[in-house]
Write a protein that binds this ligand. Structure first.
Ligand code: PLP
Length: 440
């Protein structure tokens, strides 16, 4: 044994709690505590913790084929691909690329947008327009197209900067407008950027259908996605939906972009695809996007662990459970109940907004609800709420980024019960009370 222990995590974290088991909606700590997982880990866990089927499927897969590079076909890969096509993907999404998580899935999506144009001979089209307040992953390229200011800052110099559109953040509209008189002007800003940059330089636009943790469950105003679709069509720009959080039923429908009445060209997804049982991500594209690559033989690159047989088996088992137990419908029903219960927190003097869809919800905490003045960063309200929750054995997800601070995200497993919803909301209210005490 080395004298100096290896540091896990890399830098100190209040979340370095020793978890030795997990069941249903609870994490079991070594010291005996049972912590209610109100965040589904990181908006990941859907069928709940502790199911045997995914692990058993992984064991069977590993004993059959431990590893073979991605172009080979294996039963696990084919079974997952067929299930995705049959039960999950929107019509027209015929091309599939698998990876190990959300960052890889998004990175594949943005490269695919670029490769699509490149293969058609439009070699000048490379920029991908992102939006402020969105998070798309932890690689240098995904940080760059994202608008997570805090995470992007340390690596900004390493990436080629691309323009960001304003988010649909109606509570504090960056354009100073109000819905519906705004006529969804934030979507028009995307077109203004494309025109300013030159349409012949823009490969894609990327957006989360519901902005996940960094914005805090920001829903688009009605019509936003239809506008994005029309703008992308006008300028031959690929529309990418980042459904890493929202995919596979989290918002109560298969993919949140489907519910917006305008399908994207590429969907990048991960978390809910395996419900946390194995690392896997997926990038799905339409024939129109993929076909030019076929002509040039320029297929998207795979990663060594792309479509790993055991991960495919786990995802297949999780998606099977989601379907057989009708858990997406349950996400819709329990999401409505969570939303309704959270509405009661709207009376709290420090809660500016309660928002979200399905089992992706968030609250925004402010010092003054009338003026929307935030607490100063040094007050560390989000971490205080997180710690206050943990003190009562409930784990919330710390959302927000940069100036957009003090956002708490709730994204429990789809099997969450009414009693668990009541516990998490009551604990959240007390945690806010304690966090703002003395700072208000
Ligand atoms: N996209 C969104 C919307 C996310 O929320 C995340 C992670 O939280 C990612 C991409 C990156 O996924 P991963 O952490 O699996 O690489």
């Amino acid at each position: 044994m080395a004298d100096t222990p290896v540091n896990w995590p890399f830098t100190p974290s209040p979340l370095a709690i020793d978890i030795v088991g997990a069941q249903g909606c609870h994490l079991h700590a070594r010291d005996g505590r049972k912590i209610l997982d109100a965040a589904g880990g990181a908006m990941v866990v859907n069928i709940g913790h502790g199911r045997r089927e995914p692990g058993e499927a992984m064991a069977r897969a590993s004993s059959a084929v431990s590893y073979v590079i991605p172009p080979f076909v294996t039963p696990q890969r084919m079974q997952l691909a067929e299930r995705l096509q049959r039960d999950w993907l929107p019509p027209g999404f015929t091309r599939l690329h698998l990876s190990s998580g959300g960052s890889e899935a998004v990175e594949t999506a943005i490269k695919l947008a670029r490769q699509h144009h490149f293969a058609k001979g439009d070699t000048g089209k490379w920029k991908v327009i992102g939006r402020d307040l969105s998070y798309h992953g932890a690689t240098v390229a995904t940080l760059e197209i994202g608008g997570h200011a805090a995470r992007r800052a340390p690596v900004a110099a390493m990436a080629r900067e691309t323009p960001k559109a304003p988010p649909h953040y109606c509570l504090r509209c960056p354009l100073g407008k109000t819905y519906p008189t705004c006529d969804v002007a934030c979507a028009d800003e995307v077109e203004a950027i494309i025109l300013r940059e030159g349409p012949d330089t823009v490969a894609g636009v990327i957006a989360e259908p519901v902005v996940g943790s960094s914005g805090g469950a920001l829903e688009p105003p009605p019509g936003y996605w239809r506008k994005l679709r029309a703008i992308c069509d006008r300028h031959d720009v690929v529309l990418i939906a980042d459904e890493v959080v929202t995919g596979f039923g989290r918002t109560g429908v298969r993919f949140a972009s489907e519910g917006e009445g305008a399908l994207p060209d590429i969907i990048a997804t991960a978390k809910g695809m395996s419900g946390g049982y194995a690392p896997i991500g997926g990038t799905f594209a339409t024939e129109r996007i993929a076909e030019p690559l076929e002509r040039t033989g320029d297929a998207p690159m795979f990663y060594t662990f792309s479509a790993h047989p055991a991960a495919c088996a786990a995802a297949d088992a999780v998606l099977d459970i989601l379907s057989k137990e009708d858990l997406m419908a349950r996400a819709r029903v329990m999401g409505d109940r969570l939303g309704a219960r959270l509405q009661r927190l709207k009376q709290h003097p420090n809660v500016a907004e309660v928002r979200g869809r399905g089992l992706l919800r968030a609250i925004e905490i402010v010092r003054d609800r009338e003026t929307l003045e935030r607490f100063p960063a040094e007050a560390n309200i989000t971490m205080k709420v997180l710690n206050g929750g943990l003190a009562e054995n409930v784990y919330f997800y710390p959302g927000g980024t940069g100036a957009q601070r003090d956002v708490i995200v709730l994204a429990p497993p789809f099997i969450v019960t009414d009693a668990e919803i009541e516990t998490m909301c009551a604990v959240l209210e007390r945690a806010i009370d304690r966090a703002v005490e003395g700072d208000s």
